[in-house]
Design a protein around this ligand. Structure first.
Ligand SMILES: C[S@@+](CC[C@H](N)C(=O)[O-])C[C@H]1O[C@@H](n2cnc3c(N)ncnc32)[C@H](O)[C@@H]1O
Length: 242
């Protein structure tokens, strides 16, 4: 084992250990969130959503190029997005704050197999370039649009409904619009996406612990959103528009 492999392995096991912290009832966040939605009959294809996950993970751990960037996406985040894409048969996804694509890529196997499309939106051209490069190299180029543009302005030009919306943007702390700073940006992004969400659309949120941002949850519930945020390391949230 060379030193790169060793560091990669150490990073993986550290992430695995952290991913379990604070999950409810000793369940992993994905199982906790899915259990809640399955009980409400809101997961259309719950069976076998983990299928193919281990092979896909091996592929991405081996071949995803992180360039000079660092991602806070850990194994449970990866598994949640893979499972959501499989269990909801997503075909038309939108990633708000896609960074260099490392979170989005976990939805891509299913989206590509179904002939769907994923739009990646980020305002930073450097991360968009790396996302584009990775997605093409891994064979998802025809199923991806990488848009180096503000998510809200993209929604205003878009007509096609979104069946999977991922909120993971972080607005600049000095943005002249206070509602666009930090994670508070999720609110205007969700507001902009509302006309494109339909019954059955799924909203996944990163860094959203319970009670962290009640106004966002109120907005989700006002459009029929049913779901939970999880008190896990990265505060995963999953809502379905009912
Ligand atoms: C730091 S990333 C999230 C990181 C991610 N959790 C990970 O570790 O992979 C947040 C991204 O949101 C992007 N962003 C900020 N404002 C945005 C906006 N209005 N629309 C789309 N993306 C935006 C930033 O450029 C940044 O790349």
């Amino acid at each position: 084992m060379n030193s790169i492999d060793f560091l990669r392995g150490a990073r993986y096991y550290l992430k695995m250990a952290r991913s379990r912290l604070s999950s409810r009832d000793d369940l992993y966040p994905t199982d906790y969130l899915f259990r809640f939605l399955i009980e409400k009959n809101l997961v259309p294809f719950p069976q076998g959503s983990d299928e193919g996950f281990d092979e896909y993970r091996d592929l991405l751990y081996e071949h995803y190029d992180h360039g000079p960037f660092w991602s806070s996406i850990h194994p449970e985040d990866e598994r949640l997005l893979y499972n959501v894409s499989a269990a909801f048969k997503s075909r038309s996804a939108f990633i708000a704050g896609s960074y260099y694509g490392y979170f989005a890529i976990w939805a891509m196997k299913g989206i590509a197999e179904r002939g769907g499309t994923c739009t990646l939106s980020d305002v930073n051209p450097r991360v968009c370039d790396l996302a584009r490069e990775n997605f093409s190299r891994l064979g998802f180029g025809d199923h991806t649009r990488v848009c180096c543009e503000d998510a809200v302005s993209l929604f205003s030009k878009r007509k096609e409904p979104i069946d999977l919306l991922l909120l993971d943007a972080v607005g600049a702390w000095n943005d002249p619009r206070p509602e666009y700073r930090g994670k508070v940006i999720y609110y205007p992004i969700l507001q902009g996406a509302i006309p494109l969400l339909e019954k059955g659309s799924v909203v996944v949120m990163h860094n959203m612990r319970p009670n962290y941002f009640p106004q966002l949850i109120d907005l989700l519930e006002s459009i029929g959103g049913v779901g939970l945020c999880c008190d896990s390391h990265n505060g995963l949230g999953l809502y379905v528009i009912s």
